[in-house]
Design a protein around this ligand. Sequence first.
Ligand SMILES: NC(=O)c1ccc[n+]([C@@H]2O[C@H](COP(=O)([O-])OP(=O)(O)OC[C@H]3O[C@@H](n4cnc5c(N)ncnc54)[C@H](OP(=O)(O)O)[C@@H]3O)[C@@H](O)[C@H]2O)c1
Length: 305
Amino acid sequence: MVVLVTGANGQLGQAIQSVVERYHAIDFVFCSSSDLDITNQVNCEEVFKKHKPDFCINSAAYTAVDKAESEPQKAFDINANGPENLALVCKKYDTILVHVSTDFVFDAYFSEGTAFYDRELRLPLKSNLGLQESDVPFPNGIYGLTKLQGEQAIQAVWEKHFIIRTSWVYSQFGNNFLKTMLRLASERDNLSVVSDQIGTPTYAVDLAEALLKIIESCRTPLVSASNYGIYNFSNEGSCSWYEFAKEIFLQKGVIIDLQPIPTSAYPTPAKRPMYSVLDKTKIKNKFGIVLNDWKTSLKACLKQA
Ligand SMILES: NC(=O)c1ccc[n+]([C@@H]2O[C@H](COP(=O)([O-])OP(=O)(O)OC[C@H]3O[C@@H](n4cnc5c(N)ncnc54)[C@H](OP(=O)(O)O)[C@@H]3O)[C@@H](O)[C@H]2O)c1
């Protein structure tokens, strides 16, 4: 079984590379952006013709959420056209596409000040169970919009797909919130972090294992056919960015004056979701995936970092 991974040098791509020795039955082909540019249809065709993968994990993306506001065409090319190119070439080679998407497709749904969000309870009004796969997407910025367009392009082109929406991804690899907090703590004595945006951190290595578990489940073609579609994945539990930072410093033994601030005190070009806890019932039930609590996974990550 051949699994081709795009965006191999990104955070998730590196997390997948870190677990490959546990998957002896899989031949992995890791493609960096210079090996495979997903915005280039001819390049996609050449790479698929050479490797004829059974699965393609698309971990390539334009992830600069704020910069996307001033580079919408680039974000669209990578996050929408790229997945469409992959879906077309996957269809040609009968490759199952495992695409990674984001909680930002719901960005505006529970944004501060909208009727959907209860600021007192810090919860969406309609449910306290988290965002479900069937909830209507409602992106608020260019990044979320282009990621949603990527999902829709895949759905329109090729039915053999899994779209995994995830949130707050961090790890020992690449750039992420964990690394930013540790760097800032080494440079300063005090730090202010937003405390009114609620979500769930996702350890990229847990996400990598979940993607491979989904792929392994496809050994039974009839089962996989009934399972195609959208799934949520993150660790269990929820917290604010402030609580996430606090736990990082606690577990790492870092002494710092950490202060909670409201979103209004930290303006960014792109709005962030005020609430993006994902309901993982579907992925747990369909694939038997056991989720770690976010604090447990943070501990595992810090052992590696
Ligand atoms: N990070 C998060 O907090 C978060 C949260 C929710 C969802 N997600 C989703 O999770 C997935 C993985 O994110 P990540 O954190 O691993 O992102 P990342 O670290 O930014 O990695 C993205 C990778 O995509 C590659 N890439 C960019 N343009 C490309 C192109 N045209 N062709 C091929 N590769 C290209 C980049 O390569 P270069 O470096 O060479 O440009 C980079 O290696 C993405 O789909 C993202 O939307 C992430």
